[in-house]
Design a protein around this ligand. Structure first.
Ligand code: ARG
Ligand code: ZN
Length: 416
């Protein structure tokens, strides 16, 4: 049976290509001197380190926690370098492969869509159809374009239908492939919206007055790749001319101080800004949609992980946004609402001063386009699991994040 043989052949090839992480560890470095920073950057140039926080070696500065995933083969060298250089460190994840395997602890069936597991893209895509057809009066679906590899970028519009265009909130998830809690939140949000409409007064009034656009996965190609090949993939999957390194950081690819700071022009970097602003078709599709609906879109929310932060413009400059005090006040209210549920602590502030300056972000771009309420969430946790947040934390993370999103939405609605 030729078909069966071919099938097993493909399975074997696919399995062989999956990156394994046996013996790898995640370190938290605590550079307190310029010499420590120099040493970390030097180390990053000489071996393949996977930066978890900040997003690449270019963003390392003194007095921040630097979380790095170190492949097993470099451990000796990293230990020796850190000890000799006097850099303080701790081990965040001692057994990386176990943490990867341990994520799926929800008990949900691995073969069906679930709000408490990390669904694959095919499960999510099928879910966009069922949630739309089961809620025809509240949800509609559109394709805003295709990804580099030709997958659909599916956008859901949630709101009570109305004859005239309604003001809207745009929310996206899954910019960065490995931040799996992010698409999980967008799915959770849509489900909460349709199941609490009519019973929860805030949700009902929100969806009566406004539409919420939800893009459950922005970087679909990267998300698929993070499931099939490399759990730690971050960027898009586009080819780069003149380099064998793949992908662009979509959150460095927007036209907001593009590639001036906190971004790299090296295609091999995890913060590569791309060949031009909107060089990535995924960025272009989203930017076009927001530009075309600029008159109705009042808020832009983009969901990342990890670090427990609620950020707002600017990231490309330390200058404060014209709406700084209002944005800060709303962020603080939203964080307090989030904390009220399980005590999860969030820090809020403008990106540049709160995490690091980094240009080309979608949040800054949307803000400069005129979308005043522009926020970036960095969901759980603060590095204990990092990107490998177990599925058992999806529910509490989404529940608390709902409170923050609803707080922001209520403020936007009140100020229409
Ligand atoms: N960790 C996110 C990133 O680097 C933070 C985004 C904050 N906003 C920004 N425009 N950099 O992409
Ligand atoms: Zn991210």
């Amino acid at each position: 049976n030729m078909k069966l043989l071919l099938f097993f052949g493909f399975v074997a090839v696919a399995l062989a290509e999956v990156t394994r992480f046996e013996g790898d560890k995640v370190f938290r470095l605590k550079p307190t001197l310029d010499a420590h920073v120099t040493l970390i950057k030097h180390l990053a140039k000489s071996i393949e380190l996977d930066f978890w926080r900040p997003d690449s070696d270019d963003l390392v500065t003194i007095d921040i926690d630097v979380d790095i995933h170190v492949p097993a083969r470099y451990l000796d060298m990293v230990y020796i370098t850190l000890e000799q250089g006097g850099v303080a460190y701790e081990i965040l994840i001692d057994d990386f492969q176990s943490a990867v395997d341990g994520q799926a602890d929800s008990g949900a069936s691995p073969r069906a869509h679930s709000y408490t597991k990390y669904n694959t893209w095919s499960e999510i895509e099928a879910w966009t159809n069922t949630i739309t057809s089961s809620n025809p009066s509240l949800v509609s679906k559109q394709i805003i374009g295709n990804t580099y590899e030709g997958r659909s970028m599916v956008l859901l519009k949630i709101g009570k239908s109305s004859a005239s265009p309604k003001p809207a909130i745009f929310m996206d998830c899954g910019f960065h492939a490995r931040e799996w809690i992010s698409p999980a939140f967008c799915q959770w949000f849509v489900n909460e919206a349709v199941t609490t409409y009519g019973s929860d007064s805030a949700m009902t009034s929100l969806l009566n007055d406004m539409d919420v656009y939800v893009l459950p996965v922005f970087n679909v190609d990267g998300y698929v790749y993070s499931h099939t090949n490399d759990r730690m993939w971050r960027k898009t999957r586009s080819r780069n001319s003149g380099s064998s390194c793949v992908g662009t950081d979509p959150n460095r690819n927007f036209n907001a101080g593009w590639c001036t700071i906190g971004a790299s022009s090296n295609p091999c970097s995890d913060t590569f800004c791309g060949s031009t602003p909107e060089s990535e078709i995924e960025s272009k599709n989203v930017a076009n949609f927001i530009r075309n609906n600029k008159s109705t879109i009042k808020a832009y929310l983009t969901i990342h992980s990890y670090s427990q932060l609620l950020l707002f413009p600017y990231a490309y400059t330390f200058s404060l946004a014209a709406d700084h005090s209002e944005l800060l006040k709303v962020a603080e209210g939203a964080s307090a609402a989030l904390t009220s549920l399980y005590g999860t602590r969030y820090t809020s502030g403008p990106s540049a001063a709160t995490i690091y300056p980094a240009a080309g972000g979608s949040d800054d771009w949307a803000y400069d386009l005129g979308v005043k309420y522009s926020y970036t969430f960095e969901l759980r946790d603060t590095g204990y699991y990092g990107f490998l947040l177990p599925e058992s934390q999806i529910k509490p993370t989404c529940e608390e994040t709902m409170l923050a999103v609803k707080y922001i939405a209520a403020h936007v609605q009140k100020n229409l």
